[in-house]
Design a protein around this ligand. Sequence first.
Ligand SMILES: Nc1nc2c(ncn2[C@@H]2O[C@H](COP(=O)(O)OP(=O)(O)O)[C@@H](O)[C@H]2O)c(=O)[nH]1
Ligand SMILES: [Mg+2]
Length: 316
Amino acid sequence: MGLFNKITHAEKHDGILTRIGDRLAATRRGLGQRLASLIQGHSSVDAGLAEDIEASLLSADVGVEATRDIIAQITAAHARTHAALYAELRAAMLAIVAPCAQPLVIPHDVRPYVILVVGVNGAGKTTTIGKLAHRLQSEGRSLMLAAGDTFRAAAIEQLQTWGERNGVPVIAQAGGADAAAVAHDAMQAAAARAVDVLIIDTAGRLHTQTGLMDELRKIKRVIGRFDAHAPHEVLLVLDAGIGQNALAQLAHFHDAVGVTGLCLTKLDGTAKGGILFAMAKKTAIPIRFIGVGEDIGDLRVFEAGQFVDAILPQAE
Ligand SMILES: Nc1nc2c(ncn2[C@@H]2O[C@H](COP(=O)(O)OP(=O)(O)O)[C@@H](O)[C@H]2O)c(=O)[nH]1
Ligand SMILES: [Mg+2]
């Protein structure tokens, strides 16, 4: 029985790995396979190889600092075999993202645990909420969603659709309503129904950024009146494909509402997955989840080793 359990667990792990590898295929091709073929036939790093590796890392949005770290580590390692060099490369990449692999832990004695989801239009907030609701529900939590993106009626309907798919109540008002009022209603309803987790969607329009940030601050204040520790998580959703812009977005949202965790979406559609290394190096902010597709199951807890292995082909 014990052995059987071990085998199925290992198989399950392999399955996830393969699928993540498939989903991250663009970054794997653009970064991982380029790195692998560059160091093919090398057992140590000379100046020419260092330059080529640097160019590959930079073009995949790994960023200057993380790139410098990786080059320094594989150069200092003085590997003598190709396998050792490859292992050093993996270790150097892992060392950068590992500190950010801090999963979202929702304590059982906080009710409702409030997650405020922020990010610019199109980043994937509403989709991430739908996936996250599904994930938390399958872990046995009761959920409620709040349609705090009141800017467009379509945004409210989109969240309601996710609510229906998950069988989760959605607190909403008509389009154009005050988002903070929706948050207020939701806090009240979540307490009345004793739900475990309340996830609040928000608007992300960019052209009135000051207005947006003021609105988010107001939502946060309203939530805080119900529970001084709420929101317990301010989850910033970022489209991984936007490259270095992701760092600027993080800075803006962090200044306004204090981001506590990240979800990097659309990693399935970009070769620029290297941005996670740049973010990790620059900010060390917890990366809670990655989005690897549009389906309900396409939200994964960010695991550093799994991520690096999905990007970097296994050494032959
Ligand atoms: N391929 C892919 N598409 C995604 C992912 N996350 C979101 N999307 C798509 O991105 C678009 C915008 O998502 P949405 O949740 O409406 O963004 P919002 O404006 O931030 O709420 C939608 O078409 C989603 O299906 C992801 O991880 N992978
Ligand atoms: Mg939305």
